[in-house]
Design a binder for this molecule. Structure first.
Ligand code: HEC
Length: 246
């Protein structure tokens, strides 16, 4: 009997409890909604949400990230560039000539006198110079330095100006290394500067490589210059057989 009476009462209590919990939960859910959706009230591990990495070109509050006690500017601009006037370990000395003002060619002409500071490259360094050339220059100047890289493609490529024929044009065969360095460093007409892609030492290495390729081509051409008619037909035949076997 007691058991019978007791049962419906607990059911009722349970129902009451449940509805109270239900109302509370709905209430909390409604309260926790807010207009500002992008800012959570608390962040777990803030360093993961907001990176403290010193990214390039980022502006930071100096008091938070350094021991700047003077609070002079309170802003630090990170462009990750070395301090002006410093030279990285193992890097070559800076080029002594500045870039000419537009329309001026004083330093371009003067650069002819500047010698390559690197001694002749050994086999390993020459291989590295070739690698650097192929990565940075061959796209325009061609793998064989003929001024006809895939970007130019006989004028049908996406890059309109004709790159210099570094091997096969007497003008560039005669160009002194200092002047080449000037052009690669500061740019020449429609060729941009390569100073940020290849450092000074690498640029001088590439120029060694260009000069070596020019001398190799000159040495190859020299014997045929003696009896031109015979050799030209011969080399043409040799070329075609080479191509057919390849
Ligand atoms: C985007 C194409 C392009 C790339 C890449 C390029 N060049 Fe050039 N280069 C040119 C063009 C075009 C000229 C001809 C500029 C002129 O005389 O008007 C030129 C000219 C030159 C000259 C002759 C400069 C002078 O004073 O007449 C040299 C030397 C040279 N390039 C070397 C290099 C080297 C080394 C690299 C790689 C680090 C390189 N170039 C990468 C397009 C390119």
């Amino acid at each position: 009997m007691k058991l019978h009476k007791h049962k419906p009462l607990t059911e009722l209590n349970k129902m009451k409890k449940l509805s109270v919990i239900f109302v509370l939960v709905i209430g909390i859910m409604l309260l926790s909604c807010s207009d500002i959706k992008r800012k959570p009230g608390a962040i777990y591990m803030p360093d993961m949400a907001y990176s403290r990495a010193y990214e390039t070109y980022i502006v930071r509050d100096s008091t938070k990230f350094t021991t700047d006690i003077n609070h002079t500017d309170d802003k630090i601009f990170y462009n990750n560039m070395p301090v002006a006037g410093t030279i990285a370990r193992g890097e070559e000395m800076p080029f002594p000539l500045a870039k000419d003002a537009p329309g001026d060619s004083t330093n371009y002409v003067a650069s002819r006198q500047i010698q390559n500071p690197l001694p002749a490259l050994n086999g390993k360094d020459m291989k590295e110079a070739e690698r650097l050339y192929l990565i940075n220059c061959a796209i325009c100047h061609g793998v064989t330095l003929n001024g006809n890289g895939p970007l130019y493609k006989d004028g049908s490529g996406p890059y309109a100006p004709k790159p210099a024929t570094l091997v096969g044009d007497p003008k560039y065969a005669a160009m002194p290394e200092g002047q080449m360095f000037y052009s690669v460093t500061y740019g020449k007409n429609l060729m941009g500067s390569y100073a940020s892609q290849v450092n000074r030492k690498q640029r001088w290495m590439i120029i060694h490589y260009i000069k070596a390729q020019q001398s190799a081509a000159a040495a190859k051409a020299a014997p045929s210059a003696t009896d031109s008619t015979k050799k030209s037909t011969k080399s043409g035949a040799a070329d075609s057989t080479k191509k057919s076997t390849k």
